[in-house]
Ligand binder design. Sequence first.
Ligand code: ATR
Length: 279
Amino acid sequence: MTDRYAVFGNPIGHSQSPRIHSLFAAQTGQDMSYQAILAEKEGFVAAVSAFIAAGKGPARGANVTVPFKAEAFRLATRRTPRAEAAGAVNTLSFDNGAISGDNTDGAGLVRDLKHNLGCDPAGRRILLLGAGGAARGVILPLLLENPAELVIANRTEETAARLALEFARLPGCAVGAKPDGTGFGGLAGRQFDLVINATSAGLSGAVLPLPTSVFAPRCVAYEMVYGRATPFMQQAGAAGARVADGLGMLVEQAAEAFFIWRGVRPHTAQVLAALNERA
Ligand code: ATR
């Protein structure tokens, strides 16, 4: 019987995950189905239960996207350290009533940087913009790559300071740089080799008040949003940075989930190329 998987979100109509996972499954010869499920805002747990209960083959796992990642975290009966650090779960595995929760977003970002963009975070001065869920999800994986420094800058300075302190205290963060938190005003005169936009500003078209000087020569500017040219991408490009959007992270976080579920690592390059062709 075919193993069943799904992605839960609200909205979910534009999710690329079913396409990505069916390409992975075809490439690796895995017998599985993957569907997108729109859960009611108050109905996430019920939707997951219904998915597990109904259907022809066994339900093996699920991806979780906005706005349910915190709820998925609570639903999981056990969680990986990176999910604990993120405070959010995007990958669930079902096994005889147990629900395991993981978070593959940070690993997806790191893999996209290292393998697709040739930008190893090790030894780099990293600036992470934003202090919400998207930023939180990538901090531990970035720190574990041993950057020279990691500065978290946020519109609300206090949130960045709190987040930095929390991660500086985390036992797993004893390696590499301790993160630092600041407001955008604290960036004047500072330079970075990798600038990652984890704010949601791009979705509303808002311009971030970034000094041009933050983009060091040969800087890579990474926008977590994909499918549109955001003001951050335009700013960074104008300052001479090499610009990437979050499509690679989307594919790589999916590949990491696929690996957790199936024990096989799909080749992402051809899937990324197929998605780019469509964009
Ligand atoms: P997500 O899960 O996408 O991270 P979130 O938790 O709501 O969403 O966080 C949104 C992030 O984008 C926050 O860091 C937010 O800054 P504040 O903490 O000051 O609210 C940031 N953000 C959103 N719109 C912004 C804008 N126009 N300018 C600067 N930062 C913005």
